[in-house]
Design a binder for this molecule. Structure first.
Ligand code: ADP
Length: 438
């Protein structure tokens, strides 16, 4: 089902016209109500009366996370605080959190895009949603919650953690849809396997996974382990929260950005110049309809590409899976590396689970990467419950992965095989895949 067919299948010329109209209104709105932008644009001599359409967006500077921090807590608002109905904040692992204020209309828009996303993921009105995203300052929990209700689903606000209780509710409430981080979906799948619960006890059909980068390797493991079709949901608090883009459950491969509300661009990480369709770069968003805290050309730091897919049910542009955040990109001996590149190589290697970790350290003057991968159940069945330490088979397996990494990524890494369940598991939140010991 398509939640809002009139908009989601709008022909591109009309979509562009709608974006232009909204963009021109946004520029005026921000200039009149937002001292930060007015000052910035005045200083740069930007004549806002000359802005006629969405193509004029390139005249404006980017908004960076540091701008939001500098304006902490409420300096980026374009409305009086009394007009807000909700305030979220990002985790802010370094320094102060990023604060986002929503008006009632903003929450309605946010709920609509999440409802669209859930439908795009396979959900239908009347189904139940087991929402295992964290509830709290993080936008995931409440975002999926309101969107599910908007679609007409019964939402259980389970939040993350307490895996045994999750398994109980998944069996007894029999939801068709689950939403959580991909790493937590792996935790659940594993817990089901360990406890020997047959998949027939569950009624799950769709998993909506996001908040951290993931690849086909994880998709395969989650789909098999939970008996679902798993799709990607993407978003960030600064722009709204989850539901900025969503993958279709039949098409897979890329996520539709809801372009009538969020105008996406891909730009070069160093020069900021717009890049053509299909090229990887930094994803930048302009919110076209927000009232509380609209943002102009917000630099997400996420790396992906954008492309139109004419074979799709919907017209809106698609984004490729996020490779990682620009600030998570490792530069190892001159080679750019995202942890998702290693994850992708674990697909088609049933000897490993989808759990892995990269440890970076110095070896003399050089940076070295150690890849910790976990052996899967299949190996134990073949080899008994204990792993022989010096085993030719394991040595060959290790060398095979080392070669695959060298051939595909161009870097030599040391592979260390970890015992099953040895690596950290997600307790519901975002999982750290990189340990930088430099
Ligand atoms: P925080 O900054 O506290 O992590 P956010 O929820 O705002 O809180 O995080 C948004 C970021 O999470 C995005 O910019 C992106 O890096 C990551 N993210 C969200 N969804 C996805 C996804 N589906 N795939 C990859 N990364 C994602």
């Amino acid at each position: 089902m398509i939640f809002n067919p009139a908009i989601e299948t709008l022909a591109l010329p009309q979509l562009r016209a709608l974006q232009s109209e909204r963009f021109v209104a946004l520029v005026r709105y921000l200039y009149e109500r937002q001292p930060f932008y007015r000052r910035q644009w005045d200083e740069l001599g930007i004549d806002i009366t000359a802005v006629k359409g969405i193509e004029d967006i390139v005249r404006f500077p980017f908004t960076k996370k540091t701008d939001l921090r500098d304006q902490y807590p409420f300096g980026m608002l374009a409305v009086a605080q009394s007009e807000l109905v909700r305030i979220h904040a990002s985790s802010g692992t370094t320094g102060k959190p990023t604060v986002v204020g929503y008006t009632r209309a903003d929450i309605e828009m946010f709920s609509e895009v999440v409802a669209r996303s859930l439908c795009c993921a396979g959900a239908l009105p009347g189904m139940k949603l087991h929402n295992a995203y964290g509830y709290g300052l993080f936008t995931g929990g409440l975002g999926l919650h309101y969107g599910g209700e908007r679609l007409g689903m019964a939402v259980t606000p389970v939040s993350g953690g307490m895996t045994d209780r999750q398994l109980l509710l998944l069996q007894d409430f029999a939801p068709e849809v689950i939403s959580c981080t991909p790493s937590y979906a792996l935790t659940l799948a594993e817990a089901i396997r360990e406890r020997g619960i047959p998949l027939e006890r569950f009624n799950l059909r769709y998993a909506v996974l996001g908040a951290e980068p993931w690849t086909e390797t994880t998709r395969q493991a989650v789909e098999a382990g939970l008996g679902v079709t798993a799709t990607n949901i993407y978003g960030l608090s600064e722009i709204a929260g989850p539901g900025v883009s969503q993958e279709d459950y039949e098409e897979k491969g890329g996520s539709h950005v809801w372009e009538d509300h969020f105008y996406p661009e891909i730009v070069d990480a160093d020069t900021g110049q717009p890049l053509p369709e299909g090229r990887d770069g930094v994803l930048v968003f302009t919110t076209l309809t927000k009232q509380g805290m609209p943002l102009m050309r917000y630099w997400t730091n996420d790396i992906c590409s954008l492309y139109y897919d004419s074979g799709s049910k919907r017209t809106h542009i698609k984004m490729s899976p996020i490779k990682g955040r620009a600030d998570d990109m490792l530069i190892i001996r001159g080679v750019n590396l995202f942890h998702t590149q290693v994850e992708a190589l674990l697909a088609d290697m049933p000897e490993f689970t989808a759990n892995y970790q990269l440890i970076i350290h110095r070896e003399g003057a050089m940076d070295a990467v150690e890849v910790l991968v976990e052996l899967s159940e299949a190996i134990y069945q073949a080899k008994g419950t204990r792993l022989p330490v010096q085993d030719e088979f394991l040595g060959a397996l290790k060398r095979r992965l080392e070669k695959k990494i060298k051939d595909n990524i161009g870097l030599s890494m040391k592979v260390t095989l970890a015992d099953r369940d040895a690596l950290p598991r997600s307790e519901g939140g975002k999982l750290k895949r990189i340990l930088d010991n430099r």
